[in-house]
Design a protein around this ligand. Structure first.
Ligand SMILES: Nc1nc2c(c(=O)[nH]1)N[C@H]1C(S)=C(S)[C@@H](COP(=O)(O)O)O[C@H]1N2
Ligand SMILES: [Mo]
Length: 414
């Protein structure tokens, strides 16, 4: 599974193995050891001081309207209904883009906002950038998906009969947008990145995340410097407009192909370090844990292959009608090579619609004649450019990440 490339630590397996070895060298690698490490990481961060300049308001978790025909809401989160992408273009409009908030969308004043970089991985002292500083740096525009690692989680239960923890997303915790901003590489270079730096730890300005009576601090998750330098953007624009409040205004990270948690919103600080960094979001969360995984779990980095129909659950069709079924497929490994669809009589190859961005999704369609009345099952199965195909079953992991199995989509012919 590990594709060794010159990018070294951007390969997820290499990254995790390297970090695990580093932990092992310094700490016992029991689950308890990892939790202690987490606590230590949090304390260390708190001790670094420098209060964020943003102010979080707990009043409304999500600022933009969430019409029920477009979104399904779960507490502080909202997923896009797949039928709401029917008739839309390649990009997900901001008004339809899913929101994943650990707490609530904060209100941040761009005038006083600063991005602070600090840590042993910088040759000088701490460095600050204002919003205007960032706008003056060379910009880059990329089209990229942001997808929650838990997207599709509910199918572990509904399709595989397994218990998992976390938000019971269907397949709508993904969106594709055009992001404009400054490469993180540019900002790190200006800040004096040393040759020995190994990790960066971007941190949000939203409220501390408190769960089960424990304060886990600011939402933050380390990235290896190799990935940070490769294709990560400090985005200030989404689909041609200033980043909206719910998606990280004024500046968020966009970490293409990796789990959505990497793309920290409302960015306030980035620690740059010559020693590996940890946070609860890479020790406690975003690890694949369960019988099929090593005791310490496997770190979640890159997203997996998935497909979805632009149809409501239990969509109704008139018997005998000729239809065109439409959908989209995507993968954290790169473009989609082919998509097959089964409507009950075997797999048929779907036709691609339009071009796809490297880090976006592929739209497709296939004709279908709705047959006899009753419940029918539609299935779509994609294969990506690395040859990875969606399996029938995803091995269970306790937190329900990276569900990649073919989803059985029920429709009714009446
Ligand atoms: N500061 C901050 N950044 C964050 C989060 C958060 O709660 N706070 N949620 C993360 C998760 S889990 C996901 S999936 C994506 C969701 O991005 P979106 O809300 O713009 O769709 O943001 C990530 N960045
Ligand atoms: Mo997420």
């Amino acid at each position: 599974m590990s594709r060794m490339t010159g990018t070294g630590l951007t390969d997820e397996a290499t990254y995790d193995r390297t970090r695990i070895e580093q932990w092992r060298a310094g700490k016992a690698l029991s689950r308890r050891g990892m939790l202690q490490l987490t606590a230590g990481g949090s304390l260390a961060l708190t001790a670094l001081g420098a209060l964020p300049s943003g102010t979080a308001s707990a009043a409304t978790p999500i600022v933009k309207p969430l019409p029920p025909e477009i979104f399904e809401v779960y507490g502080t989160n909202a997923e896009t209904r797949w039928e709401a992408l029917s008739g839309q273009g390649y990009l997900t409009p901001v008004e339809r883009f899913f929101v994943r908030n650990h707490t609530a969308t904060p209100t941040i004043d761009v005038g006083t906002w600063r991005l602070k970089l600090f840590g042993s991985g910088l040759s000088g002292g701490p460095v600050e950038f204002s919003y205007r500083d960032l706008l003056r740096l060379p910009s880059e525009t990329i089209t990229s998906a942001i997808e929650c690692a838990g997207n599709g989680r509910s199918y572990f239960t509904s399709q595989q009969g397994q218990t998992v923890s976390g938000t019971a997303w269907k397949l709508g915790a993904i969106g594709v947008a055009r992001w404009r901003g400054v490469r993180l590489a540019t900002v790190l270079a200006k800040a004096g990145l040393t040759r020995n730096a190994v990790d960066v730890l971007p941190e949000g300005l939203d409220a501390d995340y408190v769960t089960g009576g424990v304060n886990l601090g600011k939402v933050r998750r380390p990235l290896p410097v190799a990935k940070a330098l490769q294709d990560v953007l400090l985005a200030y624009e989404m689909n041609g407009h200033p980043l909206p409040p719910d998606h990280g205004h004024p500046v968020r990270l966009v970490v293409p192909s990796w789990a959505g948690i990497s793309s920290i919103k409302w960015l306030g600080r980035i620690e740059v370090s010559e020693t590996p960094l940890v946070s609860p979001w890479n020790t406690q969360y975003y690890r694949l844990l369960g019988p099929d995984y090593p005791a310490e779990g496997t770190l979640v980095t890159r997203q997996v292959v998935k497909s979805a129909f632009e149809l409501p659950w239990n969509a109704e069709f008139a018997a005998g009608d000729r239809q065109v079924l439409r959908g989209r497929s995507w993968s954290g490994n790169g473009r989609i090579r082919r998509v097959d669809v089964d409507t009950g009589s075997g797999w048929r190859q779907a036709k691609f619609v339009g071009a796809a961005a490297d880090r976006g999704w592929q739209r497709w369609e296939i004709p279908w004649r709705a047959g006899v009345p009753g419940v029918h099952t539609l299935r779509a199965r994609a294969t990506d450019i690395t040859g990875v195909t969606q399996p029938e079953v995803t091995p269970h992991n306790t937190q329900g990440y990276l569900f990649d199995a073919v989803v059985r989509h029920p429709v009714r012919v009446v």
